[in-house]
Design a binder for this molecule. Structure first.
Ligand code: 13P
Length: 287
């Protein structure tokens, strides 16, 4: 059964580790993440962007697929199904479809509007026992066609949003979605510490988990980050493994590719990436 992310994140915050959010795009991706979490006895969050939800034929399809896998693959570790960077309407649709967690990304609104919309969603999520993530200070890079500049959040704004009763807060600390540019100055631990100072116990979320050096990940966890999102790295390893398989010409004697064999190396590559991240984040055996 899907669970809210609240308990797993509070435990992670107290235990000084982070739960990984791995974004899913298809059946293979989902199965790879769930099986790895089960093998490593780790809690996990499946992230679904609005674009990925649309691609997978809608939120209800995603919920059906994930619930089916939890049962048939005998997944017993805590799993949350979470909307990533949702709009207000997207969050409502996911709640109605059976997601156990949503992110409302109101970072591009003026703070007053972000507060008003977040307040409304917090009430709905609390009534239903779902977790809700809010964002302050946009995360840089491009995701689903939305380009952000990688701001550092204003701690006072973080406090206003945290006080609305969200479960976890994504505060921009110079992090970027996708690959980091050569001249990236690194995470702003000053901002992270200042945010932590004003939001107290609230678990913090680090977006843009691809390509952040290990020492920065560990430091961020020590400063209150309890959830780390990873997307691009799984995409890159999946694509690379598939490319190598095709280039090796492993088709069926000129009859074409068996789709199950074609996607198998990518599936294994995602498993390996997820394992590496769970070990780095410290969530192994924390289910
Ligand atoms: P990356 O694509 O950089 O791993 O970031 C993922 C993310 O933050 C999803 O919200």
């Amino acid at each position: 059964m899907l669970v809210s992310a609240k308990e797993m994140l509070n435990k992670a915050r107290d235990g000084k580790y982070a739960v990984g959010q791995f974004n899913i795009n298809n059946l293979e991706w989902t199965k790879a993440v769930l099986l790895t979490a089960q093998e490593l006895n780790s809690p996990v969050i499946l992230g679904v962007s609005e674009g990925a939800g649309k691609y997978m034929a809608g939120y209800k399809t995603v919920v059906g697929m994930v619930n089916g896998m939890l049962e048939e693959l005998k997944i017993t570790v805590p799993v949350a199904l979470h909307l990533d960077h949702g709009s207000f309407d997207g969050a409502i649709s996911c709640i109605n479809a059976g997601f156990s967690s949503v992110m409302f990304d109101g970072s591009h609104y003026a703070i007053e509007e972000n507060i008003a919309k977040t307040t409304e969603l917090v009430k709905i999520c609390n009534d239903k026992g779902l977790s809700i993530e809010a964002e302050v200070g946009s995360i840089g890079g491009e995701e689903d066609g939305v380009v952000g500049a990688g701001e550092c959040a204003d701690p006072a704004e973080c406090k206003s949003i945290a006080d609305l009763g969200v479960t976890m807060l994504a505060a921009g600390i110079g992090n970027i979605h996708g690959k980091y540019p050569e001249n990236w100055p690194g995470l702003s631990f000053e901002t992270l510490a200042a945010v932590k100072d004003v939001v107290g116990d609230m678990p913090l979320v680090l977006h843009g988990g691809t390509g952040i050096p290990e020492d920065m990940i560990k430091k961020a966890i020590s400063l209150g980050v309890a959830k780390i999102n990873v997307n691009t790295e799984c995409q890159l390893t999946f694509a690379e493994a598939t490319r190598k398989y095709i280039e090796a010409g492993k088709d069926q004697q000129g009859k074409g590719f068996d789709p199950r064999k074609l996607l198998a190396p990518g599936f294994e590559a995602i498993k390996a990436t997820v394992k590496e991240k769970m070990e780095l984040f410290g969530s192994v055996n924390k289910a």
